[in-house]
Design a protein around this ligand. Sequence first.
Ligand code: PHE
Ligand code: ZN
Length: 876
Amino acid sequence: MSAKQKCAERIYLKDYKPADYRIPAIELELDLDREKTRVRSRLTVDRAGDHNRPLVLHGEKLDLVSIKVNGQALDPQHYQRDDTTLTLFLGEPQTTLEIETEINPAANSELNGLYASADTLCTQCEPEGFRRITYFLDRPDNLSVYRVSLRALKAEYPVLLANGNQVEAGEDGRYHYAVWEDPHPKPSYLFAVVAGPLEFIEDHFRTASGRKVALRIYARARDIPQCDFALGALRDSMIWDEKVYGCEYDLDQYNIVAVEDFNMGAMENKGLNVFNTRYVLAQPATATDQDYRSVRDVIGHEYLHNWSGNRVTLRDWFQLSLKEGFTVFREQQFSADHDSAGVKRIEDANLVRTQQFREDAGPMAHPVRPDSFVEINNFYTLTVYIKGAEVVRMLSLLVGSEGFLKGCRHYFAQHDGEAVTTDHFLGAIETACDVDLTQFRHWYEQPGTPQLQVSGSFDPTTGQYRLRMGQDNPDASGERQPPLQIPIVVALFDIEGNPVETELQTKGPKQHEHTLVLTDAVQEFVFTGLTSRPIPSLLRGFSAPVMVQTELAGRDLAVLAGHDNDPFCRWDAGQTLARQEILRWLNDSSVDVLDANFSESFGKTLTADLPDLAFQALALTLPEENDLGEFADEIDPEGIHQARWSVMQALAGRYQDHLLERYHALQANGPYQRDVADAARRALRNTCLAYLMVLESEDVSRLALKQLITADNMTDALAALVPLANQARPVRDEALAFFEQRWGEYPLVMDKWFRAQAVSRCEDTLSRIRTLTQHAYYHQENPNKIRALIGAFAHANPLHFHAPDASGYQFVTEQLLATDPKNPQVAARLASAFNLWKRYEPGRRAQMRDALKQISDAPKLSRDVGEIVERALADT
Ligand code: PHE
Ligand code: ZN
């Protein structure tokens, strides 16, 4: 480990202090140029309280040109400068500070601050990018009003955008300028500017109180035909937030800019969102049904931030989930109102249970509100985002959706224009709903996934059914933590799968579904009035982010898998059956016949005529290899792959005729339609194809190739390409060549092409990936490309990433170390592929540890990667 990493500073929540100064207003002038952008800032600085401490501004990678205090040039002895700060000794309680700096956007490969993407200059400031533009109090509790003047060559940068409303524009020879004002005080992380040769599409929206808002999406000319869907989604989210939360938009303009180079999904900058093209562009020929849903959800997410994040913002970065967890929850509600709500819930729950639980069980485990970090960029995590959303969802369940909305409105009203903490949010709910959330607060403070043990017993003489529930809350080191308040939604079924209505604790009313609230380490709930042994359906709707251990037998699970009226529980019962079956094949090499109960249950699901075909598709899909690993004592990636593949093959063999029949019956009887029902039909049909493809027959491969070539939409094309890329036969290259030829001009579609090859099970996968890193369409500086090829390999191809000769680890290590100096954030995401090294069988464990050591020994490792690998290596 390099000396620098060792002493990288750790920042603690308990050390939070308000700043010594405030900057209520800032005027910025940017003379934009690719290599040499001149930034002039004029700050109004107020001393907070009575003290004589200096003003310490943040600043990184800035060339300082000049500083003036109250109009006077400042002598060098009145300030100090190092790599990250500018310290000023100010005499007066109020000063005007003018600072001139120079930056080089073209050299900014971190994509943090002002950078170039193609011919466009754009910014990314969250969390700490503004300090790479100018010296400032770059912390979220400093709220300022911004006035921004942009000046650039007309021909190169015809569009000049910043936050707020444009108030002035004009020309000056070959140059032009635009002045933007944002009347809403905001933290610097929400600052944005964009300049470039962009085109736009436009719509108008009238808010409930009558404000007319111009909505625009800006993109490169070639991408403009793909922007309509996103613009419609923006309008939908504005309508939705007014209708559900009573939240209105507050500027005359709402601009979204799509750029190809972006570290994350999108950014909610006030009035000027910057998006990864991936979450804007969508057309049937290039975007899958899943892509359309992601575009709608991310557009919704960023829009919804206007209240949950922007109008009410964060006091410090430890509060990140206050905006992210809450906004993800709001996004999920928005999404469920525009789609199959059952499927949406299953997908979200599945993500929490697989990915977030995994994070929480590894070296990066942290509370929803972390209490320390080295690099804040490493804390844009599943825990902060989606566990945070689950915590908000539980809150809404506990106080009721009406009460929750009342609480939210109270929170927005009370803290509008403030920078607050998760405690303020909970406090607002407490006040509005008159509840005590003292115990609930632990959800924000404790890491780890609660484990519930549930056992039921039925007494035929009294007709009583007792559910005993115990909760365990170990942290990473196995240490016990206090019990949590956990809402568990439960219903009972008879053994035929009919819903049973019961009384809970003999206190009516008689009903099918009950919300049990767990508060103690062990509790018992009694249901009365039963005539036979019931089957419990637990954690309905995934009512809490917990693991549940039950004693449910295979037969009971099959009943739930066939009859439960809660989509999540029905799906979950089927997944449990499938997992048990795969683990049986894994643990006993002599097994080669499917378990009859499981096989029958699968057959029923396949041949049923369910109202929601998208649900049916999910119910037929086996758990992922990575998720199965969680249930093995020591992970053997090859064994898991083989076991899962064998079960799939056995199912496909057993139901070949049914699968083929359904595949043909589900063919579209007209041109492509993008609605929910048609997307569901495609999902089920393509699930059938995926099963048929594991039979590895020439016939089925030809069928898939035909689907690829004749598809009038990307969903069907990609659903054919992915399994074709798994076939070690000439048809694979035929398919890949066709796809490349047909969609080579579309970078986002080529990402799918790279990914399909990165996750292939074919033996030559790694050598092909190596070749692909030299492909003309692959760009080592583009995060989407790195994620599509290297990220997918590391995170979604366990078979080859964990190749027994360590070649997968070596490759990812190499790529990571090549990426780190250019883009530490993207490199850090790759590093997390090694996080669970301790869980693997001894051979891999040693090799993964070696890879981590090799990374940590590299000279000049970034703080981002340093923190990840250091935590992984320290994991005991
Ligand atoms: N705040 C963004 C969101 O909406 C995510 C993001 C974080 C984007 C950091 C860029 C940098 O979730
Ligand atoms: Zn967000």
